[in-house]
Design a binder for this molecule. Sequence first.
Ligand code: E4P
Length: 218
Amino acid sequence: MKFFLDSADINEIRQMADLGICDGVTTNPTLVAKSGQDFKSLLNEIVRLIPGPISAEVVGLTAPEMLSEAEVLAKIHENIVIKLPLTPEGLKACKALSARNIKTNVTLCFQAGQALLAAKCGATYISPFIGRLDDVSQDGMQLIREIRAIYDNYGYDTQILAASIRHPQHVIQSALAGSDVATCPMKVLMSLYQHPLTDKGLTSFMEDWKKANQKPIV
Ligand code: E4P
């Protein structure tokens, strides 16, 4: 499974690049607004830090507007993936970009029918928002399972990018359900490393080593 960092915070992205577990980055207008940085300069910095797919979202609402923005964004770097909303206009733009081999991430997916339409329009990634579904008492994970089954039935190669992830169980359940990618806030990625027995075990290994007066390894 691939891990993307869901962030537009350059310090977080730098830290993730150092850890070596981050395969890409997803941004959205809210995250970019929070960063306080100019969108295009920010993308230029991100592509230098992470050598993988970087989703950059358009803000136009009609297909022609989205396509003009996509033109500018795609020129920044070959790893830029154009993020488009799951609307009729967004999917028109998706189809046009796919025909030109420009990678797309169709976002704000909340039901399997939408994911089917995105795949038909050649989306590279579909982003089901599992946390936001859970927030309104629907089962976000069931959506991932349904999309997996539908894509497998028809051999669509659109990748499932589990989004709106809130905690490590979302990552684990998405992996079990066959998501290709999970995009996570840094806090969630860091919590994947953690277990109290890991800390406890390491402390006792270190104490036993010291007690034994072993010579240093190097
Ligand atoms: C995905 O690409 C979105 O940026 C993101 O996962 C949305 O998450 P949220 O529901 O926590 O805002």
